[in-house]
Design a protein around this ligand. Structure first.
Ligand code: SF4
Length: 427
């Protein structure tokens, strides 16, 4: 197979992995990773234009080292039983490809994963060898995201973080039971242990670097993971609880949610598998709501059990989760914008974290009006039913609607989830 065919095969095979984003690294060429005379610059999120509207990264060369796999995960196009063409790169091919694409400005970085074509250490070594060669022999200073192969040794995980900006081990399914059913060769315990190794090493590295400034940096953009949504029967409450615990335990930077794509569909490769749900297409709205709920965990100081509980285990498809929470908690509202704490402001639909900070700042010198709040960036058509300004609702209509949760729901209902885009939208 020639190189062009390999690229199209192995880039196509990697496209279902959502766990990449060149965010928060701040690593530039010449700071010790690419070495003297190096090229490439990996910028923090928002500057390198690597985000799509739903938070996915588009500017990385995203490929598999190999799509040969010993595992037989039901949801995966590369599973051992799938009737698909197989191929693998060599380390040199991948290094040359990355350098060439980078020099031509096609990409800003490399996202490298692989099928399990051999034992975990051998697969991990190939990924590391690619990153090492890029950094040490080719002076590459751009972004690198390496997949951690669960089960590979501690020493390898430690080395991977010396060359990569970000590492990720995909948990894929929310419970051990689902892993056992759909990805029988995978084990949650082994995956968590890889995450723990990354987070422990990262913590030790931070301490080392506080003492010794020249100590090498370990995975400065941290670690992420991916959860597939809709391939197994777990509810949103289980998914959000798991994410919350991953953020807490392993200091993950991001959990990515990937709507399950039925791989048996014509044109998507693979064969239908009776263990998988028969759905017409990926549950994109559910994925979108989970991203919004995740946003609440990370930036709005919500806990998992505030967002979802036993009585409502699924996110409301018609309302963003912050508005859904607000409608269920009428006692909390209205929030007086001119007196509320930062925490209280964060709970108001339509007031994002940035706007809440601006409100606190502006209040030092003036009393805010409705227009003033709008100018600070609040989405007032959403906020108006939940706030007062100097004791009064923005207008009579808002007050009337605020007294009736059913009406607020009707007014703010978003029937198909359109228009609620993250991360650009503050909600
Ligand atoms: S380990 Fe599972 S998810 Fe990963 S490539 Fe192999 S079959 Fe696909």
């Amino acid at each position: 197979m020639d190189l062009g065919e390999k690229i199209s095969l192995l880039a196509g095979a990697a496209k279902y992995d959502a766990s990449c984003a060149s965010s928060g690294s701040g690593i530039s060429a010449g700071n010790g990773r690419g070495g003297e005379g190096s090229f490439g610059f990996s910028l923090p999120a928002g500057v390198c234009h690597s985000w799509t509207e739903d938070g996915r990264c588009v500017s990385l060369l995203k490929v598999l080292y190999s799509n040969v796999c010993r595992f037989d995960c039901a949801y995966c196009v590369n599973r051992a039983s799938a009737d698909t063409k197989r191929s693998s790169f060599t380390v040199d091919e991948l290094v040359e490809l990355t350098v060439e694409f980078y020099r031509r400005n096609y990409i800003e970085g490399l996202f490298l994963s692989s099928g399990i074509f051999a034992d975990p250490d051998t697969v991990m070594e190939k990924l590391i060898a690619t990153a090492r060669k890029l950094r040490t022999e080719r002076g590459y200073g751009g972004y690198i995201h390496l997949k951690i192969i669960p089960g590979s040794g501690e020493k390898l995980i430690r080395e991977a973080g010396l060359w990569a900006d970000r590492l990720s081990a995909n948990i894929e399914l929310p419970t051990e039971k689902s892993l056992h059913r759909l990805a029988p060769q995978k084990s949650g315990k082994v995956i968590f242990s890889a995450m723990e190794e990354v987070s422990e090493t990262g913590r030790e590295n931070e301490e080392d670097r506080r003492r010794i400034k020249s100590a090498p940096v370990f995975a400065p953009a941290g670690q992420s993971t991916q959860l597939i949504v809709g391939a197994s029967g777990e509810d949103d409450r289980q998914i959000i609880s798991l994410s919350s615990s991953l953020y807490r335990k392993f200091a993950l930077r991001r959990v990515y949610y990937s709507a399950f794509t039925p791989v048996g569909l014509p044109g998507l490769g693979g064969i239908p598998d009776s263990r998988l749900p028969d759905i017409p297409g990926p549950p994109l709205l559910r994925e979108h709501r989970l991203y919004q709920a995740d946003w609440l965990l990370r930036f709005y100081h919500f806990s998992a059990h505030e967002i979802l509980d036993d009585a409502s285990p699924f996110l409301d498809p018609h309302l963003d989760p912050k508005t859904a929470w607000a409608i269920k908690h009428p006692d909390f509202f209205p929030v007086e914008i001119n007196r509320a704490s930062y925490e209280e402001l964060l709970r108001v639909p339509g007031v994002g974290a940035k706007t809440a900070r601006r409100v606190l700042e502006a209040r030092r010198s003036r009393t805010l009006s409705f227009d003033g709040l709008r100018r600070l960036g609040a989405v007032v058509k959403r906020a108006r039913y939940f706030i007062t300004l100097s004791g009064a609702f923005p207008d009579r209509d808002s007050q009337k609607i605020a007294e009736d949760p059913g009406r607020i729901r009707r007014v703010l209902s978003d029937r198909d989830g359109a228009g609620l885009q993250l991360p650009l939208f503050e909600f």
